[in-house]
Design a protein. Structure first.
Ligand SMILES: [Zn+2]
Length: 369
């Protein structure tokens, strides 16, 4: 289990690397689809495998509720239960536990929350999250952090930053599984001093990787990118960096240039379900009448099963009828689009031409409707 940077770009901070886990090797930078409950929304695991997904992320707190610890102990882990041979990340649930529909209360001990399945009351602490991720057997476990919604008072972010640092220290002490890597998370909202303080403290701890959390929650894009910079500046360059929850193609390409190695987001599949699909010439809204007789694939050079078999006209027809199956077809394309974008980024970094690729992509991606 290790992370090795194999090449650094000379003009940007982009880099390519090899991330070795207990279930195989990942080429970085990479994108992880979200497999919340053991399956991605409208995509099965075999399809994720077919479209060259290297790794996905699941959620510790949801797996704790269902199927639950006992069942995952019986199957000797989540990999066996779902029959997935490649690496898996698990998020602690710090983000979802703050959802107003489930959240009850929080203090320095941990978080109390309601099950979205049956309303039952539960508690998660930094230690319990590590213990559960050990049972899940994910290759990469995330610490429990205190994540605040965008647009709260500065005081709320100060408390969350200090709590995240304290919980990170408790997580390190609780983590004993030698087959599982543990990542720390930097919080601090969009505040420069809080981000820097948190990054410096998290960076001091012996984590295998470093994540930046609490962004892409509705804050202005410029503030988000500044917060990424404030965090990255104080993180060990040689460690793998994971930017949590960021999935727009532009943000990914910009962040690769800052030195980020790993991304996850529900954005591509959520967009697909609403009929928005990614192309290198910008996203398109497939419900528009102009696609009703376009007998071409979404992208001619895309190797996804949807583009290899179907035309825009056919997909438009299904979307207008609100056929559920179209959500499968469009989600496949949007995820494969991001995988291809990251594959191309890796090639361009290898060649030393990432900066011009990045500029061209950002210019072209704005062109279409
Ligand atoms: Zn495609």
């Amino acid at each position: 289990m290790s992370f090795t940077i194999t090449k650094k770009d000379k003009k940007t901070n982009a880099r390519i690397g090899i991330f070795k886990t207990n279930h195989g090797t990942i080429k970085t930078p990479f994108f992880m689809p979200v497999v919340t409950k053991g399956i991605a929304k409208f995509i099965t695991l075999d399809i994720l495998d077919d479209i060259k997904t290297q790794c996905f992320i699941s959620n510790c707190y949801l797996l704790y509720l269902k199927p639950g610890k006992e069942l995952l102990e019986k199957t000797k882990g989540y990999h066996n239960f779902i029959n997935w041979k490649k690496p898996i990340f698990t998020d602690s649930g710090g983000f979802q536990l703050k959802n107003p529909s489930f959240f009850i209360s929080m203090n320095d001990k941990g978080v109390w929350f309601k099950s979205p399945f049956d309303g039952s009351k539960h508690f998660m602490s930094p230690e319990k999250v590590i213990e559960m991720q050990n049972v899940i057997g994910s290759d990469i476990a995330m610490i429990l952090d205190d994540m605040q919604d965008a647009n709260l008072s500065r005081e709320a972010y100060e408390i969350a930053t200090d709590r995240t640092i304290a919980w990170a220290k408790r997580a390190i002490l609780a983590h004993k599984n030698k087959k599982q890597m543990l990542f720390g998370i930097v919080q601090g909202g969009v505040y420069k001093d809080l981000r820097e303080k948190c990054a410096k403290e998290i960076n001091k701890l012996p984590f295998d990787g470093l994540a930046i959390g609490g962004l892409a929650l509705g804050e202005p894009k410029e503030s988000m990118h500044k917060a990424i910079d404030y965090s990255l500046k104080h993180l060990d360059e040689e460690k793998i960096k994971y930017l949590m929850g960021l999935g727009s193609p532009e943000d990914i390409i910009v962040s690769i240039g800052k030195g980020v190695d790993c991304f996850d987001s529900i954005y591509p599949t959520k967009m697909a379900r609403h009929g928005f699909i990614f192309t290198r010439k910008g996203p398109i809204f497939l419900k528009k009448a102009k696609y009703k007789d376009v007998f071409e694939p979404i992208e001619k050079d895309c190797d996804c099963p949807t583009c290899k078999r179907h035309t825009l006209a056919y997909l438009h027809h299904l979307l207008r009828l609100d056929e559920p199956g179209v959500k499968i077809l469009l989600s496949i394309h949007n995820i494969r689009f991001l995988h291809r974008l990251l594959e191309d980024s890796r090639k361009e970094i290898e060649k030393g031409t990432f900066e011009s690729f990045q500029k061209k992509f950002l210019k072209e991606f704005k062109k279409r409707d």
